[in-house]
Design a protein around this ligand. Structure first.
Ligand code: LMR
Length: 399
């Protein structure tokens, strides 16, 4: 069967992680896949997570299947985290939430569900966007188009081009938006810009699908949900794909959440009934552990406070690494201004390094970055920062 079949290319991000694992050079540095690392280069298990796990081991009495949308304890606190406890859409029961296998699972379930009811829609993604967005929406059967976002010339967002395009998106099409910490470019919209986009969505009646994978990595869990809460307040249909991989460090537990907001509680209930049929044929019901950890932490005042502190520490370490990188490059007299890196938010930076430099850094220096020049700042430490700065300077000088 496979005799005449060509091998598929490695995944642009996870394939890079595999290559890094196989690299035996002691100097190697992984700035590729978006996984948080601490100062010693380790992806830690948060203390709040460990504590919740202990509680779960003690309390657990069964390995019975979960309900299709996940454990009963999951949706309530997760909605409060994503939208805010008193949000009208939550209070009025217009939000339904399912525990999905990661943010990817949330996006895929949402895409399948939308394709059932909007089979003629086009999905609009930002230029650039997370590479997997394309695969996920294409696999669900949607054609894709792009709206302008990152502008390399001005090292920021081309907001007027973005708004103009979104003003011309046909009613009933789907627009995928990065709620915070844009992946890959790291440049986020201001609150005023979000307000303008929300107005356009209302007027033009396209459907927002917010990817919310980095809540808490820009400013705080509350500040970062500005766009999510704003769209949900319009009373229109929308979807949100949340992820707990990053903010709870639960990468391998595959824990995310798909939320759907409808104009009325009755419609939201109908939507959930269909969401369940989509999930049933994809994976039947979710794996329990990650969802129970998140629910346990969010429901416990002390654990929640401890988790917030650990999240803040992760956020701060990334900000520190941004500064060290910018200062380190400047101190070496590099012939470019990298100060824009301090204006980006979240785990990533679009460095402006082109693919030749990216490949050179990997081949000669064993420093791994995603094609297009995206780096994960959390892969930097005080130990490897000088090596990375020296290597970037050298690669640029050799160009
Ligand atoms: C990333 O963009 O590196 C992360 O979201 C991990 C992934 O699944 O691609």
């Amino acid at each position: 069967m496979w005799q005449n079949v060509q091998a598929a290319p490695a995944d642009a991000i996870l394939g890079l992680a595999d290559a890094f694992r196989g690299d035996t050079d002691p100097r190697k540095v992984n700035l590729g896949v978006g996984v948080y690392k601490d100062e010693s280069g380790v992806t830690p298990i948060l203390r709040a997570v460990k504590e919740a796990e202990q509680l779960l081991v003690e309390r657990e009495v069964s390995k019975d299947y979960l309900p299709i949308p996940g454990d009963m304890s999951f949706a309530g606190p997760v909605k409060e985290l994503l939208f805010g406890a008193g949000h009208a859409a939550v209070v009025e029961n217009r939000v339904v939430t399912a525990h999905t296998p990661g943010g990817t699972g949330a996006l895929r379930v949402g895409a399948e569900l939308l394709h059932r009811f909007l089979p003629k829609a086009t999905v609009w993604v930002s230029t650039p966007t997370w590479v997997n967005h394309r695969g996920i929406f294409a696999a669900a059967g949607f054609p894709l188009r792009e709206y302008p976002y990152y502008d390399a010339m001005r090292m920021g967002i081309d907001f007027s081009a973005l708004l103009e395009t979104l003003q011309n998106v046909p009613a009933g099409d789907i627009v995928v938006l990065h709620a915070c910490c844009h992946n890959p470019c790291g440049f986020d919209l201001s609150r005023a810009e979000w307000d303008a986009i929300i107005e356009v969505a209302k007027k033009k009646e396209w459907l927002p699908f917010l990817d919310f994978a980095y809540q808490g990595f820009a400013e705080s869990p509350e500040a970062d949900r500005y766009a999510v809460a704003g769209f949900a307040a319009t009373g229109q249909d929308m979807l949100v794909a949340g992820s707990f991989s990053k903010n709870f460090g639960l990468y391998d537990e595959r824990c995310g959440a798909l939320s759907l907001i409808a104009p009325t509680a009755a419609q939201a209930e109908v939507a959930m009934s269909h969401m369940k049929t989509v999930i049933r044929v994809l994976y039947s019901n979710p794996p329990a552990h990650g969802g129970l950890i998140v629910a346990t932490i969010l429901a416990d005042r002390r654990l929640r406070a401890a988790w917030r502190e650990e999240l803040a520490a992760m956020r701060q370490r990334i900000v520190d690494m941004r500064r060290l990188l910018v200062d380190g490059l400047k101190a070496r007299g590099v012939n470019r201004d990298f100060s824009f890196i301090n204006r980006q938010r979240g785990m990533f930076s679009y460095t402006g390094l082109d693919n030749r430099v990216v490949e050179r850094l990997r081949g000669e220096k064993h420093i791994y970055m995603v094609a297009g020049g995206r780096i994960n700042l959390a892969g930097l430490t005080r130990k490897n920062i000088d090596y990375v700065c020296d290597s970037i300077c050298k690669a640029l000088a050799d160009e």
